[in-house]
Design a binder for this molecule. Structure first.
Ligand SMILES: [Zn+2]
Ligand SMILES: [Zn+2]
Length: 153
C-alpha cells in the first residue's frame, strides 16, 4: 500500500484515501474523496467488493479504445484520463440518466465529479452538507449503481 498523497484532478486538493479509516467511511470499496469538491476516485486495486471490481473492469474496457481524452490526470498514475457517457439499467428495465465518467486507460481507476452523481441521487432536502458528508452520500449512490448492469452509450 502506497503512502503517496493523491490529488484531486479538478482542484488539486489532497484526496482523503480509503486507507485513512479514521477520516473516511468509504474504505470498503476503495473510494477516495475530495474534501473540496466531493468528487470520488475509485481505485480498482483496493476495491474490496467483488462486484465493484468486476464493474470497474467493465468500465475500464470502455476506456481502452474509446472515450475522449480530457485535460485531467489520473490521481493514481498521472496518465491522461478519458471521458465517456455511461448509464445503468434500473430494476424496472429503464436506464438512468447518462453520467459522465472519467476513466484512466492505464490503471483502470475512475473519477466521478460530484455533480454527475447528484443528478442521479434523490434530493436530500439538506442543502447544508459539507463536501465530506456530501461525498459520503454520493458514495452510497455509487455503491448502489455499481450493483446495476452497466450500459455503454
Ligand atoms: Zn476536488
Ligand atoms: Zn491511472
Amino acid at each position: 500500500m502506497t503512502t503517496e498523497v493523491m490529488c484531486c484532478p479538478r482542484d488539486g486538493s489532497s484526496l482523503i484515501s480509503p486507507d485513512n479509516a479514521s477520516k473516511s467511511v468509504f474504505s470498503r470499496n476503495g473510494i477516495s474523496h475530495c474534501p473540496t469538491c466531493s468528487g470520488l476516485a475509485l481505485n480498482p486495486e483496493v476495491a474490496s467488493s467483488e462486484i465493484c471490481t468486476q464493474k470497474l473492469d467493465a468500465i475500464h474496457d470502455g476506456f481502452k479504445d474509446e472515450g475522449i481524452p480530457v485535460d485531467i490526470c489520473c490521481p493514481f498514475c498521472q496518465t491522461g484520463m478519458k471521458v465517456r457517457d455511461f448509464a445503468f439499467r434500473k430494476i424496472d428495465g429503464t436506464l438512468t440518466e447518462l453520467i459522465e465518467i472519467d476513466g484512466c486507460p492505464n490503471c483502470a481507476s475512475i473519477w466521478l465529479d460530484s455533480g454527475e452523481l447528484q443528478r442521479l441521487s434523490p434530493p436530500s432536502g439538506n442543502t447544508n452538507q459539507n463536501p465530506s458528508s456530501e461525498a459520503g452520500a454520493l458514495a452510497i449512490v455509487l455503491d448502489f449503481l455499481l450493483h446495476l448492469p452497466l450500459v455503454f452509450v
